[in-house]
Write a protein that binds this ligand. Structure first.
Ligand code: ZN
Ligand code: ZN
Length: 407
């Protein structure tokens, strides 16, 4: 990303993404090879009168060596200072920017049981922090920048894969516009229309079907609400948690999913690829699954805890979203999930249930919200996808035909 785009990136992420306020702290997690991005964000944050900026550097090469050399006991020993440092962010009202730019092949060769054990230990140790994130107790935003290894995977034949990926990311984030912040404001209003349509119908179930073999009915939580791009944090300040974002999403009922879903795209999970997979549900729970590639990784994911056998999100995206139209497979959920309807195994967002701030964990569970230490999206939208909404009185309303909205 060149200087001009990088500045626009920082301004958009901090104004629209986390919506950084005066005298507020900011934490950034950034790949160590992209220090220029952290510097640009830090500079912009101070221009916006941030109280302080912390950067936490991340290196997949080091992580890979840790995974290969450390014992499972060591990998699952999460130090208290690390847990405290995360809870500190919530307590002190920081904003949180995570730069996700994983190399999809980063952990090939690492035993999946090591990755699974480490992910589980991290999920458990940071449960309090993740719960705050999921319920908007902190304003957070996940964004991406191109890294060399990731870009090569996306554009293997390109001479300058990093530049190509950078341009594409800039386009999907609307940074090619004169004023990206205004473009985002328009985009947010547009997505709200789809959410309003779904909320006005208050469907009890959605039925998905397509030619590759998806035939699947999912029930929605009692008092669910469809959300798009912009949400309000607990402090009342609006923010956008994912950039780019094209989705409208809500909470499935943890006990209501029946039938089979087939994956429409490979899933990159913990640096490993799961592809050509299908899941069969009964009473909301995965009872059977298969995968052409990454079967063991999928098995570990599903068996992480009781909640990873059930669903925590259902999200709708038309096949004409700018990311879908690019026809590029990013091997990165932040982008791929915005090209295709998806569902997620694991924890549901409390914010997708009406007045969740007044409800206890148990109330949310009774309404059907799923709880887990994981939340993993996978894509199920194909160009021929058909979705019907089914209301409480059994009326059927067409929502998608041929992979796109029909409203
Ligand atoms: Zn989603
Ligand atoms: Zn998700």
């Amino acid at each position: 990303m060149n200087g001009d785009i990088l500045n626009k990136f920082a301004e958009t992420v901090l104004n629209i993404g986390v919506n950084l306020q005066e005298n507020q702290g900011l934490e950034i997690i950034c790949p160590v090879e992209k220090s220029d991005v952290a510097v640009a964000l830090t500079e912009t944050a101070y221009k916006m009168k941030a109280k302080t900026v912390n950067v936490r550097w991340d290196s997949e090469s080091v992580k890979r060596l840790n995974y290969l050399n450390d014992s499972i006991d060591t990998l699952t020993d999460i130090p208290k200072w690390f847990i405290d440092s995360k809870n500190y962010l919530v307590k002190k009202g920081f904003c949180y920017v995570a730069i996700a730019a994983e190399d999809p092949s980063a952990f090939i060769g690492v035993p999946p049981e090591k990755l699974a054990a480490a992910a589980k230990a991290r999920g458990k140790a940071l449960k309090k922090f993740y719960d705050s994130v999921m319920s908007n107790g902190i304003r957070w935003c996940v964004v991406s920048v191109p890294t060399e290894k990731w870009a090569k995977k996306v554009f293997p034949a390109s001479k300058n894969p990093e530049d190509d990926l950078g341009r594409l990311i800039a386009k999907t984030m609307r940074l090619d516009a004169e004023n990206p912040v205004t473009e985002w404001e328009k985009h947010i209003l547009n997505l709200n229309k789809h959410a309003e349509f779904l909320n006005s119908h208050n469907f009890e179930y959605l039925h998905f079907s397509n030619a590759i073999g998806t035939d699947f009915t999912v029930g929605l939580c009692d008092d669910h609400v469809w959300i798009s791009a912009q949400e309000k944090a607990k402090d009342g300040v609006p923010f956008v948690a994912n950039m780019p974002t094209e989705e409208v999403f809500t909470a499935p009922h943890r006990l209501k999913a029946e039938g089979t879903v087939k994956s429409a795209m490979p899933l990159c999970y913990e640096g490993q690829i799961i592809d050509g997979f299908s899941l069969t549900f009964k009473n909301g729970k995965v009872v059977d699954f298969s995968a052409e590639k990454g079967y063991d990784t999928l098995k570990h994911l599903i068996n992480t805890d009781g909640g990873t056998k059930r669903l925590g999100e259902v999200a709708l995206i038309g096949k004409n979203s700018p990311i879908a139209k690019s026809k590029v497979l990013f091997y990165n959920t932040l982008f791929d999930e915005n090209a295709s309807c998806h569902i997620a195994l694991g924890e549901g967002y409390p914010t997708t249930v009406k007045e969740s701030e007044t409800l206890t964990k148990n109330d949310l569970k009774n309404k059907g919200l799923n709880d887990s230490i994981e939340h993993v999206d996978f894509m199920i939208g194909t160009p021929d996808l058909k979705i019907d909404g089914i209301k409480k009185d059994k009326t059927i309303v067409p929502v998608f035909r041929n992979g796109d909205w029909i409203i």
